[in-house]
Design a protein. Structure first.
Lengths: 294, 270
């Protein structure tokens, strides 16, 4: 991380994406896997290390949800990860028991020994092959929070495919949007990637470009009950330009330096942020919601 | 319907490798018929696990299909996998001499279950996981013997249509002699899948693809150029074989019931 002149902000930072295959239902093993990647990241002077959705637990939990749930304030492993975040900031996924008996699919951002934010997945896919709504409680907010690298917003997997959610992070002032994911691949027609890999990239390209933010997407790999998680983690810059991408089949450690000045440069050229009208959107949304309640 | 064969190969070999390691197996075992599907599965297993960790059981009924036995044996040698011929006629004949039938289907099903029984026995003897070879076409049509050839530990290409397996076979370099064989369940001499179903695999797969993958309504599929009877036949085969794709229903009595709301992943603790 390099400071720019006499300014307080950082201009460049090193990001790493740990595209892992978590052990289903085994928090202890996954914690050790996280530590291995944290070591790797420290050796490479990484500022921010990002893990996929439910990285501490695995995805296809079903009735295992309650067994792997933890509370960030009291859990001893969480405490250790907080300590690690003094050297490298961390984003990872876990099952959170926020209120007794209510389990959330959550993402934590830890930095400088503290929890800066916990995002609880709002859009829980429950259709076809997905059944998150059966096992998880729904989060209720998309919050932009302050980090050493700028204002940041987090989403979990399906959240990101709802552009209304992306808009809330844009309107909330995010400079960096982080999406953690456990997305299974579908469709095998053309390229050496699933058709759904392109779907995520398309959203990444679009949202980064029209929100003038960095867009960091960290997916997982491996099989669970035959579902094949399709990796392909990526980074787009605030101009919507592709920066880096991980393998779509294999475990990977994607290391990338980014220049945070790009955010400013992009917004000078493309003033979507300056020209946004959240009040108009809000009022229009209220009218829409009111109408369909009538 | 077109697949990127190299990509599919990578997916399936990683699947086989990962599943075996999850369930703590080093070896895979499968029935080799000398036909297309089991040959493709053997190649994938050999690539995923090393040939010496793959066992192919060739299980003919007496002397019929001796050409296929020869093909299977030669192909196993070519791949460098272990193979073994087990004639199932003594076991099957012993049963039917006591309980005779004229039904070819009943005999065929018994043979398929005899092979299953041997595969499971050898799976335990060899500590090898059974690799299934049912493809998506067969699974959807129910063109397989329940607890017979449909029984397995993992089913690597249950999501590939027969015609897609042909594409994969070409990419994997399966000998033309095997690739060009007329598909047969091998239940009796002269049987072919297409004759028995009454439609060609090309036609079946195209209809299934529109029906299942594209979720197109029957009317539109017929309008796109398929015979009404063909489409209806396929729909009826799918409906009447749902029981082969599910665990049997359990009447719900308690608050938590297997198959209803006792919900754990297949990969539980793996």
């Amino acid at each position: 991380m390099k400071r720019r002149g006499n300014c307080d902000n950082f201009s460049t930072m090193k990001i790493a994406l740990a595209q892992i295959s978590p052990h289903l239902g085994d928090v202890r093993k996954n914690f050790d896997l996280h530590l291995q990647y944290i070591e790797k990241a420290k050796n490479k002077n990484v500022d921010l290390l990002i893990f996929p959705e439910l990285s501490l637990t695995g995805y296809t939990l079903k009735d295992l949800v309650e067994d792997v749930a933890l509370s960030p304030d009291t859990n001893p492993l969480f405490k250790k990860l907080k300590a690690e975040s003094r050297k490298v900031s961390l984003v990872f996924g876990f099952v959170e028991e926020k209120e007794k008996g209510l389990f959330y699919n959550s993402a934590a951002f830890l930095s400088e020994g503290k929890i800066l934010h916990v995002h609880r997945k709002v859009f829980l896919p429950t259709y076809g092959m997905f059944e998150e709504g059966k096992f998880f409680a729904q989060g209720k907010n998309f919050h932009t929070f302050s980090t050493p690298y700028g204002n940041t917003g987090m989403m979990i997997c399906r959240d990101f495919l709802h552009y209304g959610a992306c808009y809330l992070l844009f309107a909330g002032g995010s400079d960096i949007i982080i999406v953690i994911s456990a997305a299974p691949g579908r469709g095998i027609q053309d390229k050496e990637a699933y058709e759904t890999n392109r779907m995520w990239e398309l959203m990444g390209e679009t949202i980064s470009r029209f929100s003038t933010t960095f867009l960091i997407y960290c997916n997982r790999v491996g099989f669970e009950d035959g579902k094949h998680f399709a990796g392909g983690s990526f980074i787009y810059d605030p101009m919507g330009k592709f920066v880096a991408k991980a393998s779509c089949l294999d475990e990977d450690f994607l290391l990338q330096e980014i220049n945070l000045d790009d955010i400013r440069e992009s917004r000078k050229k493309w003033p979507y942020k300056r020209d946004d009208k959240p009040e108009i959107i809000l009022e229009a949304l209220k009218r829409i919601v009111k109408n369909y309640e009538d | 319907m077109r697949i990127n064969a190299p990509f599919v190969e990578k997916i399936l070999t990683s699947f086989i490798k990962e599943e075996l390691s999850k369930f703590d197996y080093k070896k895979g075992i499968l029935g080799l018929s000398g036909g297309l599907d089991s040959s493709v599965c053997a190649v994938l297993a050999a690539k995923a696990l090393k040939p010496t960790n793959v066992i192919g059981l060739i299980m003919p009924y007496g002397e019929i299909f001796s050409e296929d036995v020869k093909d299977a044996k030669e192909f196993a040698q070519l791949l460098g996998i272990k193979s073994r011929i087990i004639d199932i006629s003594p076991m099957v004949d012993a049963y039917f001499s006591r309980y005779p039938t004229v039904s070819r289907i009943a005999k065929g099903n018994k043979m398929a279950r005899e092979r299953m029984s041997i595969l499971y026995d050898f799976s335990a003897r060899e500590k090898a996981l059974i690799l299934g070879t049912s493809n998506k076409t067969e699974l959807l049509l129910g063109y397989g013997t329940i607890h017979g050839d449909m029984a397995c530990g993992i089913n690597p290409f249950g999501d590939l249509y027969k015609t897609q397996i042909r594409q994969l076979a070409k990419h994997l370099g399966i000998p033309e002699r095997i690739r060009k064989k007329i598909p047969s369940a091998g239940l009796w001499a002269g049987q072919t899948d297409e004759k028995e179903i009454g439609l060609s695999y090309d036609e079946i797969d195209k209809i299934l693809f529109q029906l299942v993958d594209k979720r197109m309504p029957k009317k539109e599929i017929i309008a796109s150029g398929f015979k009404k009877e063909s489409v209806e036949k396929i729909i009826s085969l799918i409906k009447n074989s749902e029981f082969k794709r599910k665990l049997p229903p359990i009447p719900k009595i308690s608050f938590r019931t297997v198959g209803h709301d006792f919900l754990f992943p297949y990969d539980w603790d793996k």
